[in-house]
Design a protein around this ligand. Structure first.
Ligand SMILES: Cc1cc2nc3c(=O)[nH]c(=O)nc-3n(C[C@H](O)[C@H](O)[C@H](O)COP(=O)(O)O)c2cc1C
Length: 192
């Protein structure tokens, strides 16, 4: 029976929540990327990596590239978790371009990527993150309004207000993809 595992990085818990939802639906374990080594993942057929987006970068995704020898032949699935609307194609393109930069085009061609929407609670941010968000807001406010994206406008009006876009339903496409992989491999496992 093919086995799956979820590996994640999360600072404030939104990505972790998605990772735990996915693991619960797949009946598989979920590990914080900082607590495991690639060799611990040898027994799994599908690795689902979840990373939050900070300043355009999917945290921890380098784990997949660093451990290509051990993980490269497995099914690789990655989900990002950011505040910007993942339905907006520009955000998907930006995130995937950044992933290609750090993972390489070859590895990206082997990874199925999904984008989920996270959460933010300004009161709970570390000081550095508070400062970064304040600077982002100031820079958007200084821009010509006609150049602002819908996410820019959203940040201007919602800055400081806790936002939570997580919904369990959003993991459905990931589950369908992984279940399809599972049944495909079972089909080939059955002796004629
Ligand atoms: C300093 C900072 C920078 C961020 N940069 C981005 C970004 O570039 N794109 C995005 O979509 N979300 C961005 N976010 C929002 C986070 O991705 C969002 O809060 C996410 O849910 C965090 O996941 P976590 O709780 O697992 O750490 C940023 C948040 C902070 C605090």
């Amino acid at each position: 029976m093919p086995k799956e595992v979820v590996v994640y990085r999360s600072i404030y818990g939104a990505t972790r929540q998605y990772a735990l939802w996915i693991a619960a639906h797949l009946h598989c374990p979920a590990f914080d990327v900082r607590t495991i080594r690639a060799k611990d993942l040898q027994e799994y057929d599908t690795i689902i990596y979840g990373g939050p987006i900070y300043v355009g970068e999917v945290l921890g995704a380098k784990f997949l590239k660093k451990n290509l020898n051990t993980l490269g032949h497995k099914n690789l699935v990655l989900f990002s978790c950011g505040l910007n609307d993942p339905e907006d194609e520009r955000n998907q393109v930006n995130t995937e371009d950044q992933l290609s930069d750090i993972l390489s085009d070859e590895l990206m061609a082997h990874i199925k990527v999904f984008h989920l929407r996270g959460a933010i609670d300004y009161r709970k941010l570390r000081l550095l993150h508070k400062i970064m968000m304040a600077m982002t807001k100031r820079s958007i406010a200084a821009q010509d309004p006609s150049t602002r994206t819908p996410d820019d406008r959203h940040l201007l009006v919602s800055y400081g207000i806790p936002r939570d876009f997580r919904k369990m339903d959003a993991i459905r496409p990931i589950l369908h993809y992984v279940w399809a992989l599972k049944y495909e491999s079972l089909r080939y496992d059955v002796a004629p």
